[in-house]
Design a protein around this ligand. Structure first.
Ligand code: ZN
Length: 252
């Protein structure tokens, strides 16, 4: 994070929305690390990989749940899209494979997971609503992950139901989204109701209090320093939404 918040950071941070309506475009690849030890060719942003490791250690599910696909370059996403078009046809591809530039796998914050098996479907890995996979799903928000594409959100996300696709958004956002039953699209709209300067949204996560505020791009008429934005809070996280503004997460 730079010392100053400026408009060009709208496409960075744990809460950026990437979809067909909100493409990420060509961005610099994030700093990447292996998604989990032993899976050196499947990469994630460091904060997502760290949370995934802690979550799998907490559940003791190493070897039972395996990463299938993490970060993808725009070129890799194009190849997956074209391969799926050729193999599965346009109807299937439109439902399950995002267009190049429109996949949140490009952020390094999304991971497809599968139940370990000798044969794993790359596009639709098995991740059932029972057993260890369901235990993972229920614990995921405490570590900052959400199941991104639920059946009831298809009209909102534009992507079909994907039980295997998890997105890192960080705490307290994952807990709050789960508690409120909101998709990422709906959650970002909801947060615009807490503009900086008005009372923030207060929430508790892991024993600490966080206050959440929204800073619209239109209010950022000049670069603001981290210090100006942090106020009296002990730490500050800023994420763009890849749309119209920034979400400020201040820890008390
Ligand atoms: Zn995915």
């Amino acid at each position: 994070m730079k010392d100053y918040l400026s408009q060009d950071q709208i496409r960075t941070g744990n809460l950026i929305l990437v979809s067909a309506r909100h493409p990420l475009g060509e961005t610099k690849a994030p700093g990447l690390v292996p998604a989990l030890p032993g899976f050196e060719d499947i990469l994630l942003a460091p904060q997502a990989a760290k949370a995934l490791l802690l979550l799998t250690e907490d559940l003791g599910c190493q070897g039972q749940i395996v990463p299938v696909s993490g970060w993808r370059s725009p070129g890799q996403q194009r190849q997956i899209y074209e391969d799926s078009l050729a193999e599965n046809g346009p109807e299937f591809t439109r439902q399950f494979v995002a267009l190049p530039g429109c996949s949140e796998h490009q952020t390094g914050l999304a991971i497809d997971l599968g139940l370990a098996s000798p044969r794993i479907d790359f596009i639709r890995p098995d991740f059932p609503y029972r057993g260890i996979c369901q235990a993972f799903r229920e614990k995921a928000p405490s570590y900052g992950f959400i199941q991104r594409y639920r059946a009831e959100w298809e009209s909102v996300t534009g992507i079909a139901h994907e039980p295997w696709h998890f997105r890192y958004v960080g705490r307290p956002h994952a807990c709050l989204m789960t508690h409120l039953g909101l998709s990422l699209e709906e959650y970002l709209d909801f947060l615009t109701g807490y503009p900086l300067g008005s009372p923030p949204l207060l929430c508790q996560a892991g024993g600490a209090w966080a206050s959440l505020s929204y800073l619209p791009l239109s209010a950022l008429t000049e670069p603001l320093t981290q210090q100006q934005l942090a106020g009296r809070s002990s730490s500050l996280e800023i994420s763009g939404d890849n749309k119209m503004g920034f979400i400020l997460t201040r820890w008390e």
